[in-house]
Design a protein around this ligand. Structure first.
Ligand SMILES: Nc1nc2c(ncn2[C@@H]2O[C@H](COP(=O)(O)OP(=O)(O)OP(=O)(O)O)[C@@H](O)[C@H]2O)c(=O)[nH]1
Length: 177
């Protein structure tokens, strides 16, 4: 019984398609980590990633092709953010989130750039085709002023994602305070 409950609890935190945290799991895992980073004044970055023109991929190739693309992003996220101070999740739809709680802001930006580039150069096999996609990212780093709340840093990263989208997509907009 205990094992079954543990399994159910685990599943309620995972996104079934990508095998990374869902929104609930991500928030449960990172809220404390964020608070601790703020208390200790350790650099911490929150990033939001959104697939570009995902509606077009779904509409032109079908929902299964779209799902394969989301799975691919889950794999890239797991490949690149593998430290136990890195957290990745699928917030819903084609939106993913990352929290990095070790290293400098420049290091965090390097990792995110590696992610962006690996998705741009990646090809997702689907029914004999090679599907291409890009992502836009907004990333906010706290390294000096730790006055933002958890919700506050998410909002900031979201605003930066919007700037990436509006200014041509396939890019990262990063800010450090
Ligand atoms: N295949 C698949 N599609 C999804 C899933 N969740 C959401 N979507 C689709 O994602 C698409 C999101 O479209 P929009 O919000 O218009 O965004 P977009 O086309 O990526 O445009 P930009 O964000 O401006 O680049 C919609 O077509 C949704 O149906 C999912 O789990 N699987």
């Amino acid at each position: 019984m205990k094992l079954i409950n543990e399994k159910l609890e685990f599943l309620s935190r995972q996104d079934q398609l990508t095998n990374i945290f869902n929104r609930r799991g991500f928030e449960l895992a990172t809220q404390k980590v964020f608070k601790l980073a703020v208390r200790n004044k350790n650099t911490v970055t929150f990033a939001v990633l959104d697939v570009d023109n995902f509606k077009f991929i779904n509409d032109s190739l079908g929902h299964s092709a779209g799902d394969k693309c989301l799975e691919f992003i889950g794999e890239r996220l797991r490949d690149i953010f593998k430290r136990d101070t890195d957290f990745v999740g699928r917030y819903g739809g084609e939106e993913f989130v990352v929290l990095i709680a070790e290293g400098t802001g420049d290091m965090h930006l390097d990792l995110l750039e590696r992610l962006r580039a690996s998705i741009e150069s990646g090809r997702v096999p689907y029914e004999g085709q090679q599907v291409k996609m890009t992502v836009s990212i907004g990333a906010y780093t706290l390294s000096e002023d730790f006055s933002l709340s958890y919700e506050g840093i998410i909002k900031k990263a979201d605003d930066l994602l919007y700037i990436s989208k509006r200014s041509g997509k396939n890019k990262i907009t990063h800010k450090e305070q």
